[in-house]
Design a protein around this ligand. Structure first.
Ligand code: C2E
Ligand code: MG
Ligand code: MG
Length: 649
């Protein structure tokens, strides 16, 4: 620590010491001055008394001035004044300034100059002067009193008296010595007591300071470095990277669906997951690697001394392994998936801020693609992210302007070969880009929460339309997980059914497996309430998500829709065929309707019929479009499949 820094640190104590020194000096000066003043005052009092005494006995004075033989009488006057014992010597001068006589006391040596000064007679008020003497025979302090002796306005002479003041000076010195002693003792105590406390508190304070420093440098929740410290360490690492000609990989990691985890496990459970993830990541790092929590559920990691991509992949393998194990939250095991964006320095940027920003963009892409994946930064991604932001902005405007429409894709009953309902699919009628399919905006709507008002709008539109269809037709509406998270979906559905007059048994709500990954009791509760309303619940895109047969056991679905990727591949892939067959058989044994999605060819239709698939949906039977009310009305009479096929062509 430099001298200046030390002074700055201890400025309080330094200030206190300087202040005390100033006070002590001021006290000494003040005491000195006061005691001189006191001695002077005392001498003046004596001078006045002596003068009064002299003039009280004008005869004695007269004789004394006239002849030295009368000095005895004069001595008596002095005696009566009460000062005689302190008079060291006196000199009486006549009005002409001639020495009439002196007490002649020996032992007092005045130098010539001083004597002349004192002797000069005045005619005015008494004067005093103080002296100190080092002479061993003489008193230490004495005063000269010059007393003009005027009688009836006429000067008769001057008396000079040397008054011993050594007793007074000693008394004053004792008195002020005591005052200074007490003052210094109080001052000392003023410094010593707090200093003592500070000394005793030293370890405590150092501990508090260390704690403060820790808080300044670390994230309070996870104990990892905070963003500021991470940035500083990154800057140093980048300098080393340039010097050693290596690379740094910066990873931004975000927990998928953290909001759901937080809701399922309340916030303290969510915090626990964040702490555990931080600790597990840290355990996979090598010495020198850096990690921070950027905020919320996002972490940043910097892998230093990277020489080839294999190093990054090796880390990713360790990371995946570390995060694969379930997390214990509120006594329950919970699986957590993450998305990672990676940028490499110096290729993707040679400042900490740039690489970190690019890793963030790669992360946004990984999340945008559905999460649970890693994505390397590529130039041009900024543009893709920008596009996504534009979609978000325009989507908000579109909601207000009602730029959406709902189209219907027919669903057919294979046994009766009749249309039995339609699935409502949303389209965005963009003022510039024309009709936009949901694949381009649903995920943005889900990420931003806009899906909630949009989904409600679709539901209301679909129910209003379906209320005009023949009674045997159901309408299927897709619901997003976000609609289960935010707001009371059962309440919304009940309200829409009530408003539109559509009987609940004619509404089918399609949900995907994603809704049930972290299947909280809350989601199941909401699904049950929907069923109690009398609406049907279908499992959409079955086989694409985290397919787990246990979902089918936990909730009584009315329908399972086999995803179109199985239908597309089943004619040439025996494994796919086996899966489709099994799902259909499963449906039969569970008494759940099965719908095959994406049926495009006769060959697929024939195979499904052979497997006993109850329902189909696909371009072979009709494209999504305006609801065909006429076709629906006739569907009881004709074989609509061929009619639909010709209309679809
Ligand atoms: P989905 O619910 O699985 O809807 C079926 C999708 O498959 C529709 O795509 C439909 O046009 C397409 N499709 C139907 N038959 C065939 C076929 O034979 N071959 C092929 N290749 N595709 C076929 P679309 O309309 O683009 O919708 C895509 C997805 O967007 C839907 O998948 C659904 O998950 C979602 N979606 C659509 N509308 C809504 C909505 O209102 N709310 C929500 N949350 N999601 C919606
Ligand atoms: Mg659907
Ligand atoms: Mg589907």
């Amino acid at each position: 620590m430099s001298g200046l820094a030390a002074l700055k640190k201890h400025r309080y104590w330094a200030g206190l010491v300087v202040l005390s020194a100033l006070i002590a000096t001021a006290a000494l000066v003040a005491v000195n001055k006061t005691s001189r003043f006191e001695l002077e005052r005392e001498a003046l009092v004596a001078a006045n008394r002596l003068t009064a005494q002299m003039l009280n006995e004008p005869d004695a004075l007269f004789y004394a001035l006239a002849s030295p033989s009368f000095r005895t009488q004069f001595a008596e006057i002095l005696d009566k004044s009460g000062y005689a014992h302190r008079v060291l010597r006196y000199e009486l001068y006549d009005s002409a300034g001639q020495l009439a006589f002196t007490s002649g006391l020996a032992g007092l040596q005045l130098d010539g100059e001083l004597a002349t000064l004192l002797v000069s007679p005045s005619g005015e008020a008494p004067k005093v002067a103080l002296f100190q003497s080092q002479n061993p025979g003489a008193p230490s302090d004495f005063a000269s009193l010059t007393l003009p002796l005027d009688l009836s306005g006429e000067s008769r002479g001057t008396l000079v008296v040397y008054l011993d003041q050594s007793d007074q000076a000693t008394a004053l010195a004792h008195y002020f010595g005591l005052v200074i002693g007490i003052t210094l003792a109080l001052l000392g105590a003023g410094i010593a007591v707090p200093a003592g406390f500070a000394w005793m508190r030293g370890p405590e304070r150092r501990k508090a300071e260390a704690q403060l420093r820790y808080l300044e440098e670390h994230d309070a929740l996870t104990g990892l470095s905070n963003r500021k410290t991470f940035g500083e360490s990154m800057a140093a690492a980048i300098e080393r990277m340039h010097r050693d000609r290596t690379h740094i990989a910066v990873l931004c990691l975000d927990i998928d669906k953290f909001k759901e985890i937080n809701e399922a496990a309340d916030h303290s459970g969510g915090d626990q997951v964040l702490r555990d993830i931080g600790a597990r990541i840290q355990a996979t790092l090598r010495e020198g690697d850096l990690i921070t929590r950027l905020g919320g559920d996002e972490f940043a990691i910097a892998l230093v001394d990277i020489t080839n991509l294999g190093d990054v992949m090796a880390f990713m393998t360790r990371l995946v392994e570390a995060l694969r194990r379930p997390f214990q939250v509120a006594g329950k095991d919970m699986l957590v998936t993450t998305s990672v964006g990676i940028a490499l320095a110096p290729g993707d940027g040679d400042t900490a801020a740039t690489v970190l920003r690019h890793a963030g963009i790669a992360l946004a892409r990984a999340k945008g693609d559905g999460g649970q994946r890693m994505c390397f930064f590529e130039h041009g991604m900024d543009k893709a992210l920008q596009r996504r932001r534009t979609v978000e902005h325009e989507l908000r405007l579109a909601l207000g302007r009602e730029e959406f429409e709902v189209v219907y894709q027919p669903q057919y009953d294979l046994a009766t070969e009749r249309q039995c309902g339609s699935e409502a699919l949303v389209r965005w009628q963009h003022p510039v880009h024309g009709k936009i399919a949901p694949g381009h905006f649903i995920s943005v709507a889900e990420d931003t929460g806009l899906i909630v008002p949009l989904g409600e709008w679709v539901l209301r539109r679909a129910c209003t339309d379906a209320a005009k269809w023949p009674e045997s037709f159901i309408v299927a509406v897709n619901l997003s997980p976000a609609q289960f998270r935010d707001g009371d979906i059962a309440e919304t559905v009940a309200q829409v059914l009530n408003e539109t007059g559509l009987p609940p048994e004619r509404l089918e709500l399609e949900i995907t497996e994603n809704l049930l990954i972290n299947d909280t009791e809350e989601v199941l509760g909401k699904l049950n309430r929907l069923r109690q309303l009398g609406v049907a619940i279908a499992m959409d895109d079955f086989g694409t998500g985290y397919s787990s047969l246990s979902y089918l056991a936990r909730f009584p679905f009315s329908k399972i829709k086999i995803d179109r990727q199985f239908i597309r591949n089943m004619t040439r892939d025996p494994a796919m065929r086996a899966i489709v067959k099994t799902i259909i058989a499963l449906g039969k044994s569970l008494d759940v309707t099965i719908t095959a999605e994406g049926v495009e060819t006769q060959e697929q239709a024939a195979m499904l019929r052979e497997f006993g698939c109850p329902q189909v949906q696909g371009f072979l039977y009709g494209y999504p479009g305006a609801a065909d009310l006429e076709g629906m009305a006739q569907s009881g009479k004709v074989t609509p499949i061929s009619a639909a096929r010709s209309s679809a062509a």
